[in-house]
Write a protein that binds this ligand. Structure first.
Ligand code: ZN
Length: 237
């Protein structure tokens, strides 16, 4: 029995390693897809800026055509001064010219605004492209690192599982199922050594008689306080 209890302690060391590796293994795929999603988002953001710039350029071309038309109208109106005969005609023509001048001036202002917008977007896109390039390098490296760790983790788990099987082959089935059950409820720690006459799990002091019995190791003894299996660790004390 004493030997079996010692095996449980060894078994637990392996199980804790397996748990750690399983956790790592389960986190990598999520980390990989998170990195991929972040990259996708950055690409979409940059694409949206490029489309915005294209829109602004389209608007600018449209405004330039409008300016051309307005300028032609203005010049045509100005040439008609020679044909004007009455004061009334003169005033009407003057109003018409003023209107075209207004249109020309407003269109020019809008063109300048659009050009400034395009310039800003061009700069933003340039910075964005640089940043995306850096981000791509970083994220691709992260992703391949994750992938590189995933495989060895799997191999390591298999090794531990084999070791586990060898260890448990000689252990009493009932003892083993007790161990499994306690382990589930105690965050993976079912077996604890006695440490300075106290439970190594919850640190509660143990009655001297109990310590003696644990040291003998003739039967399964659990902690009254936390329920964990208590064993005597020869190497520790
Ligand atoms: Zn305890």
């Amino acid at each position: 029995m004493k030997k079996q209890l010692a095996v449980l302690l060894e078994l637990q060391k392996i199980d804790i390693q397996i748990d750690k590796l399983e956790k790592v293994k389960s986190e990598y795929p999520a980390a990989i897809s998170a990195a991929q999603q972040q990259l996708e988002q950055s690409r979409r953001d940059l694409q949206a800026q490029k489309e915005e710039k294209e829109e602004a350029e389209k608007r600018r071309r449209h405004l330039e055509r409008e300016l051309e038309v307005a300028t032609e109208h203005l010049e045509a109106s100005q040439q008609r001064f020679t044909e004007v005969k009455t004061n009334k005609e003169y005033e009407a023509l003057q109003r018409e010219i003023d209107t075209w001048k207004q249109v020309v001036s407003e269109t020019e202002t809008q063109i300048l605004k659009t050009m400034a917008e395009i310039e800003q977007l061009t700069e933003k896109i340039l910075t964005g492209e640089q940043k995306l390039k850096e981000e791509e390098e970083l994220k691709q490296k992260q992703i391949s690192d994750f992938r590189a760790k995933l495989e060895p983790a799997e191999a390591e788990i298999n090794n531990y599982k084999q070791e586990r099987e060898q260890l448990t082959s000689g252990v009493d089935k009932k003892l083993l199922s007790n161990y499994e059950r306690i382990r589930k409820g105690k965050m993976g720690v079912a077996v604890v050594p006695v440490n300075r006459k106290a439970c190594g799990g919850c640190f509660k002091q143990l009655p001297p008689q109990k310590v003696v019995e644990i040291k003998k190791g003739n039967r399964l003894i659990t902690c009254d306080s936390c329920g964990r299996i208590l064993v005597w660790d020869e190497t520790a004390e």
